[in-house]
Design a protein. Structure first.
Length: 376
């Protein structure tokens, strides 16, 4: 009996040692599980602070209408527009939404409640303790996971919206670059146009100055023309007077020729005076033709004052010498040079430097015109 008791004692001692060994090992494992669980709690609490507890409220995006009508030179009163933010979700822009806060004692207890309990007693189902349900760690972590999925969906949607915004932004940048290139061309054309306008303005100013000068010149010429018209009218009156005097002289000459027919040549009676006049008249241009009638073979000569004094004397008391003079036209190119014809003086106009002369047909080379020069 004593031996059996001794064996039992030894067995108990051995089992006690084994139990002590396993108890020590179990203690280490339990401490490891406790530390691991505490660390998981802390990290879950920290992770929950990054997860939004609820979504932002929906908000309508503002209208941003983009003109999509074609750019032409035609005026468009109501261009076609497109709202580029039509499908944009404004709630994605809401920042600093409230996150899960598990720092409370209740949240700590919930994280430590692995099994479902009611009234402090565990709940059994099908012979097993229920590990899920309201107020358990699984329920709290499930809510956090659900919100994390929603937040991930919002993040993916935000990324999608960012991609769309990047495309719209890139398209807008390309349009702006195209507009800037077009604007540079427009500014270049505008600068060229402004330079042309400046040139045309300068030309216009020059033309205005010329117009003013020409207007002034025209006015001066008009005044001169009016004076010339007055002179022409005056000369026409003188011409009519001379023609009338010439007709009277021709009539008187004809009557004198009829009376002197058969008597002494009147030219011989006037020879002494004519010879005296010829001997005192110097050679050169003496005057010019102011009127001519080539049909009736007479012309009116306007002599210079010196020539009139040479022919008629200082007081014009001498008789007009019946001299024959050459009529020349400067610049005339012919076989006879600048000679037009000869003319013989007939009668002086009283009080004027005008003399009526007879055109000698034998010397005709061309018709006598106004402006021809008289040479002796």
């Amino acid at each position: 009996m004593g031996k059996v008791l001794q064996i039992v004692v030894y067995v108990i001692l051995i089992l006690s040692g084994v139990s002590l060994f396993f108890a020590n090992k179990l203690h280490d494992k339990r401490e490891l599980l406790i530390d691991r669980t505490d660390e998981l709690k802390r990290q879950i609490i920290n992770l929950a602070k990054t997860i939004e507890e609820k979504d932002a409220e929906d908000a309508a995006a503002p209208e941003v209408n983009k003109d999509i009508s074609e750019v032409t030179d035609r005026e468009i009163t109501n261009p076609e527009k497109q709202n580029v933010l039509e499908d944009y979700s404004m709630k994605l822009e809401t920042a600093n939404l409230p996150t899960f806060n598990l720092d409370s004692r209740e949240s700590h207890e919930t994280l430590g409640r692995y099994y479902l309990e009611e009234n402090g007693e565990p709940v059994w189902e099908n012979g097993k303790r229920v590990i899920g349900g309201k107020g358990t760690m699984q329920e709290l972590l499930g809510r956090i996971v659900d919100r994390a999925k929603v937040q991930q969906g919002n993040l993916n949607k935000t990324r999608s919206e960012l991609a769309k915004m990047r495309e719209n932004f890139s398209s807008a940048i390309n349009e702006v670059n195209k507009w800037k290139a077009d604007e540079r061309n427009v500014k270049k054309e505008l600068k060229s146009t402004q330079e042309q306008v400046a040139t045309l303005t300068k030309e216009k100013e020059d033309l205005n100055v010329k117009v003013a000068s020409l207007t002034k010149e025209k006015k001066s010429l008009q005044e001169e023309l009016d004076d010339q018209k007055d002179q022409v009218e005056k000369l026409n009156e003188e011409k009519m007077q001379v023609q009338e005097e010439l007709a009277n002289a021709q009539k008187s000459l004809k009557e004198m020729q009829e009376r002197l027919k058969g008597k002494t040549d009147p030219a011989s009676q006037l020879g002494g005076a004519a010879a005296t006049a010829v001997s005192t008249l110097t050679a050169g241009i003496k005057g010019k033709i102011v009127s001519a009638n080539n049909e009736y073979k007479f012309c009116i000569i306007e002599f210079s004052p010196d020539a009139m004094i040479e022919m008629l004397g200082e007081n014009r008391e001498k008789p007009l010498p019946m001299l024959e003079m050459k009529i020349l036209r400067p610049g005339r190119d012919s076989a006879a040079g600048n000679l037009v014809t000869h003319a013989k003086l007939s009668q002086a106009v009283a009080g004027k430097n005008l003399v009526v002369a007879q055109i000698l047909s034998d010397w005709d080379r061309a018709d006598v015109v106004k402006g021809d020069e008289v040479f002796f």
